[in-house]
Design a protein around this ligand. Structure first.
Ligand SMILES: [Zn+2]
Length: 146
């Protein structure tokens, strides 16, 4: 938990996959395992570890977090297929790792009550995607909203 101390983290916002409505269906058994075992066990462990360093854990419903653009709030008709979130809004065109996009939305909902207020400015502790540039405008932007 050195990270939480270093960055003076007070609360961890955790997406609650039990409320997931992104049209992802892994079958009844897998859904059950994820909703009742994996997430529950993960959150229990996280809460236990967080308590030891005085950090609270808040469970946040994450419906549509993976298909909502964390930059412009446009909701895509389907969840991203690959590892990248690509915003279809021509005014935005955000290109960001799908997990970073979803995490920004969950953090935003925890702090502001709705998505797209928190912008990803930097990704750490994650192996970066090897981007393959197809055209000059292929690599999107990551910006902070004022
Ligand atoms: Zn967008």
């Amino acid at each position: 938990m050195a990270f939480t101390e270093e960055h003076e983290v007070r609360t961890l916002a955790v997406g609650d996959v039990r409320d997931i409505q992104d049209g992802v269906n892994l079958g009844r058994k897998s859904n059950q395992k994820i909703s009742q075992w994996s997430h529950g066990k993960f959150e229990q462990y996280l809460t236990y570890k967080a308590q030891q360093v005085g950090v609270a854990v808040e469970s946040i419903p994450e419906d549509y977090s993976t298909r909502t653009c964390s930059h412009c709030a446009q909701v895509a008709t389907s969840p991203p297929r690959g590892r990248l979130y690509r915003c279809r809004n021509p005014e935005c065109r955000l290109l960001l790792h799908r997990d970073a996009n979803g995490a920004a939305n969950i953090c935003s909902r925890a702090v502001y009550g709705h998505y797209s207020k928190v912008q990803v400015t930097r990704i750490t502790y994650r192996r970066p995607i090897q981007y393959r540039r197809r055209s000059a405008g292929d690599i999107g932007h990551v910006a902070r909203r004022g």
